[in-house]
Design a protein around this ligand. Structure first.
Ligand code: FES
Length: 103
């Protein structure tokens, strides 16, 4: 597993795992899902609907929407604004997200 975190001299919160497209990634309390993705070397967060072009982390402040992923079944989640939580399931989003609603 790739680890791009600075390890020396940094205090981090409790460690846990999240699942991204079936792969277990190491996360720490207080990290956003986008931070976990980048620390693991993953740069594609979603694909455009028309040409399937890769998109990923860009502004980091919730404005560009390039980091949208499906988080615990909820599409269009801005992962730069969403904290990782133990056991959360994240999927690469393809095209515009569709929320499955059960009646
Ligand atoms: S990186 Fe721009 S909204 Fe998340």
């Amino acid at each position: 597993m790739i680890n791009r975190r600075v390890e020396k001299g940094v205090a981090r919160g409790r460690e846990f795992e999240i699942e991204v497209d079936g792969e277990k990634l190491r996360a720490h309390e207080g990290e956003t899902i986008a931070a976990v993705m980048l620390a693991a070397g993953r740069r594609t967060f979603r694909q455009t609907g028309l040409r399937q072009q890769a998109r990923g982390y860009y502004c980091g402040i919730g404005l560009c929407h390039e980091c949208m992923m499906v988080v615990n079944g909820v599409p269009n989640t801005r992962t730069c604004q969403t904290l990782a939580t133990p056991g959360c399931r994240v999927e690469t989003q393809e095209g515009p997200g569709k929320l499955e609603v059960a009646f």
